[in-house]
Design a protein around this ligand. Structure first.
Ligand code: GLV
Ligand code: MN
Ligand code: MN
Length: 407
């Protein structure tokens, strides 16, 4: 049994048109009108495939293909939101390969012991509402529903209001549910599979992730008449923090990565000394202890930069996900399925966060990676060849079938 490559390719193209950018990428931020149109298309496809579609309180969409009564499902999916000027593979590929898996089971009239369910998670990217993976986080009981509902985008709009506005504030409780297994296919977003000429990554786990938010309060003043000696410039302190954050990765070395990806300057005009700056700090490492050390160093970097400039600050370490190893049985099933497709494959660790990271707290979870051209993602150049996608989708199909079992 094999997936239908042409059919899968056409869904990637069709869904990829919703929010498409001129340079071949995708901007489909969570809970925008584009997100709604993408969701509507997916729900239509799920219904056509005969799935029972439900939506939970976080707008997560589930499409269930029945198994034997009373058995927990094998759930497969990912997210359909993107980052701004992102690509059409991150997230949506996992949802579409899950749908293609189910369509293939339908084509061959395969019955499974466990139900097989497609899931589309809300706001995985954390681009519009922070933190990332917010909806699987609520489902796993790691983020309070109330906090998620009150998350605000940069215009002050609340997540719950936007969920309601696009018609995806569902009635199902967003709580842990019995799971046979969770499987997520995703692009690698790193260079290793392509460099080694392999089509499939058998993901063993996901690195620990820590997000912090720093707000620096300087003194807003005129850029002309204010002598240098009496300035308290929030942006100058921020600049020191940015190079200090890079310095933490240099100092600790190994696999630690550190990023300042967002800076908001106020009032952000040429002729005023910046009075307030907010910036984001993202740090990741496979070892939780390394991340603890990095966070401790960050506290020092911020304190020292702000002391030198005579500014005050608030540093909020607001999100942390520990290193997450995947379930041995699921990893083995993915590996067996990859081998059976004949694709070149190897075990690999994920440097990006995925909903699978929270799902692993609910039940046995695992992931399938396919290569990213040039290792690039979260950009319009994101691309994965169809040959690799086909191997990845067949791996997902094989693993799902093994885990769901046949009567
Ligand atoms: C999600 O894309 C993340 O790894 O931040
Ligand atoms: Mn993703
Ligand atoms: Mn992403």
């Amino acid at each position: 049994m094999r997936i239908d490559r042409k059919r899968l390719e056409s869904t990637i193209e069709e869904l990829g048109r919703i929010g498409a950018t001129e340079r071949g990428g995708l901007t489909r931020l969570a809970l925008t009108d584009e997100d709604r149109r993408g969701r509507d298309l997916l729900v239509g496809w799920m219904r056509q495939a005969g799935l029972r579609v439900t939506v939970d309180q976080m707008g997560n969409i589930f499409g269930e293909r029945a198994g034997q009564p009373g058995r927990p499902p094998v759930m497969m999916g990912s997210h359909a939101d993107s980052v701004p000027t992102g690509g059409k593979y991150d997230g949506q590929l996992g949802v579409l390969c899950a749908l293609e898996t189910i369509r293939t089971l339908n084509d061959h009239r395969v019955q499974t012991r466990h139900p097989v369910t497609v899931v589309v998670f809300t706001n995985e990217e954390g681009a519009r509402f922070q933190p990332a993976m917010i909806a699987s986080g609520v489902m796993a009981g790691k983020i309070p529903l109330e906090d998620a509902y009150n998350a605000r985008d940069k215009d002050g709009l609340r997540l719950v209001d936007e969920l309601e506005r696009i018609g995806y504030l569902g009635p199902e409780p967003c709580v842990p549910r019995p799971l046979r297994a969770y499987l997520e296919l995703h692009i690698e977003q790193g260079p290793y599979l392509e460099e080694e000429g392999l089509a499939v990554g058998v993901v063993e786990g996901i690195v620990a992730i820590a997000w912090s938010r720093l707000t620096i309060h300087g003194v807003q003043d005129h850029a002309g008449p204010t002598p240098m000696r009496i300035r308290h410039d929030a942006l100058v302190a921020a600049a020191e923090v940015i190079s200090g954050v890079r310095g933490i990765a240099r100092q600790i070395g190994g696999e630690l990565v550190t990023t300042v990806g967002s800076v908001t300057v106020s009032p952000n005009i040429p002729n005023a000394i910046p009075g307030r700056v907010t910036l984001s700090i993202d740090m990741r490492d496979p070892r939780d202890a390394t991340l603890d050390k990095a966070r401790w160093l960050l506290d020092g970097v911020v304190a020292e930069a702000c002391r030198r400039e005579g500014v005050t600050y608030e540093l909020d370490h607001y999100w942390r996900v520990p290193y997450t190893p995947f379930d041995r049985e699921v990893v083995s099933a993915v590996e067996r399925a990859a081998r059976a497709t004949g694709a070149g494959h190897r075990r690999i660790l994920s440097g990006a966060g995925h909903d699978a990271q929270y799902m692993a707290a609910i039940g046995p979870a695992g992931m399938v990676f396919v290569p990213s051209r040039g290792g690039r993602s979260h950009c319009e150049e994101e691309f994965t060849p169809m040959d690799d996608i086909e191997h990845g989708a067949n791996t997902l199909l094989g693993a799902a079938l093994e885990l769901a079992g046949q009567p």
